[in-house]
Unconditional design. Sequence first.
Length: 137
Amino acid sequence: MPDQTAPRCLVVRATGEHRTRQGLSNLLGISRESTGARALCMHLITIPPGARARAHMHEGHETAIYMLTGRVGMRFGPALGEYVEMEPGDFLYIPADMPHLPFNLSDTEPATAVGARTDPSEQESVVLLPELEAGAP
């Protein structure tokens, strides 16, 4: 008789949306909750026109982003003093514990990206940084 607890491949239909602590909506994908993942999560991130996330970091976890649509600016660093821009086809790496604040550069079009993190439970490692909000765009 096969072991019913053995890992297996699973298809997750992207049907559930989740409002994140940092203020964005994610289309739920791969996580501990959806698949039993142990070391990663992956979701579709949408930043509405003119919107931004709250300043935050992911404690102890790295993040990778792949831009699908739109253009996003991101402030990052200890005082959010550094800046990058991403457009479709760009990959972005965010080190663990790096303060950051992404925002949609368009007032008319949403921006979407695939996000993956070394944290299997998407919101578990989010630490909001309200002290950095004053200088945010």
